[in-house]
Design a protein around this ligand. Structure first.
Ligand code: G3H
Ligand code: 13P
Ligand code: ZN
Length: 311
């Protein structure tokens, strides 16, 4: 099966009350772990690449790894640019075979966000590629940009219709209290999402796919393994999985997960190295790391996103 855009995936997800998992990929083991999990439960997938991942692994290497996953799994897979910040970056990914891009103009003024997003949509649509825009600003770290919680802002539901119709985007990322990274809430703070904003957005844009970034749950068991094996991640707190399940039943059709993959891989490698201090063949510790990504992703697909059996 060739690579697909997000269009049909989102239509089915909206109608079926589930969400597609959008997992960040940086190397072969991560791609294998994610796609092997999806194959086992027959789930469609979005594999997303940040500009940092592209710098780390190189565009061509990542595309060829994704192509290998397509051959091995025969699943509907969409390759998506995560947090594109310029027209040039989006164009380069579109020209290089991505089937979907995000243009994240959320750091600009509203009018500049509209202008930049519209420019990307025009180029992308002319090349059969879907586009995700963003309104509202999440806290946390994306590439080198660190947005403090004071500078973060919820999406204003009164702007979404205007933004979507003027730009022509195919999906919209909104800010309802999720954030990037492993430290989403302060110690003692109760994790909360603004479902009222999501409901308002849904009313303003009936049938339109919404995206949640910063949706890792920061699995406590993984944090514990890291901390018990020489790591130091006190007070790492994420989004409870029940909340994501709720959002997936609503207009949220794409849920972004990166930090949980990082934790799964790091926990596995730390544990392995503590237990086998004399081992030095990377295959020995990367194999369990890949397996632990697979296990984590399978749980997300079945128990959180509800997209198993939907490929
Ligand atoms: O939203 C950011 C993603 O977790 C990607 O992170 O830019 O460090 O690759 P990265
Ligand atoms: P997490 O840091 O919560 O995994 O979010 C990832 C993300 O939103 C990628 O765009
Ligand atoms: Zn993000």
């Amino acid at each position: 099966m060739p690579l697909v855009t997000s269009k049909e995936m989102f239509e089915k997800a909206y109608a079926g009350g589930y969400a597609i998992g959008a997992f960040n990929v940086n190397n072969m083991e991560i791609i294998q772990g994610i796609t092997e999990a999806a194959k086992e439960v027959n789930a469609p997938l979005i594999l997303q690449v940040s500009s940092g991942a592209r710098k780390y692994a190189n565009h061509t290497y990542l595309m060829k790894l994704v192509e290998a996953a397509l051959i091995e799994t025969d699943l509907p897979i969409c390759v998506h640019l995560d947090h594109g910040d310029t027209f040039e970056l989006c164009k380069s990914c579109i020209d290089g075979g991505f089937t979907s891009v995000m243009i994240d103009g959320s750091h600009h003024s509203y009018e500049d966000n509209v202008k930049l997003t519209k420019q990307v949509v025009e180029y992308a649509h002319a090349h059969g590629v879907t586009v995700e825009g963003e309104l509202g600003r999440l806290a946390g770290i994306e590439d080198d940009v660190n947005v403090s919680s004071e500078d973060a802002s919820y999406t204003n539901p009164d702007q979404v219709y205007d933004f979507v119709t003027r730009t022509g985007v195919d999906s919209l990322a909104i800010a309802i209290g999720t954030s990037h990274g492993a430290y989403k809430f302060k110690p003692g703070q109760k994790p909360q999402l603004r479902f009222d904003i999501l409901e308002e957005v849904q009313k303003k844009l009936p049938g339109f796919p919404i995206v949640l970034h910063g949706a890792s749950s920061v699995i406590p068991e993984l944090v514990e393994i890291i901390n018990n094996n020489g790591g130091k991640m006190p007070d790492a707190i994420g989004i409870p999985e029940e909340m994501l399940r709720e959002a997936a039943k609503m207009a949220v059709c794409k849920i972004n997960i990166d930090s949980d993959l990082r934790l799964a891989m790091t926990a596995s490698i730390r544990k392995y190295m503590s237990e086998h201090p004399d081992h030095f063949d990377p295959r020995q510790y990367l194999k369990p790391a890949r397996d632990s990504i697979k296990e984590l992703v399978k749980n997300k697909l079945v128990n959180v996103l509800g997209c198993d059996g939907k490929a």
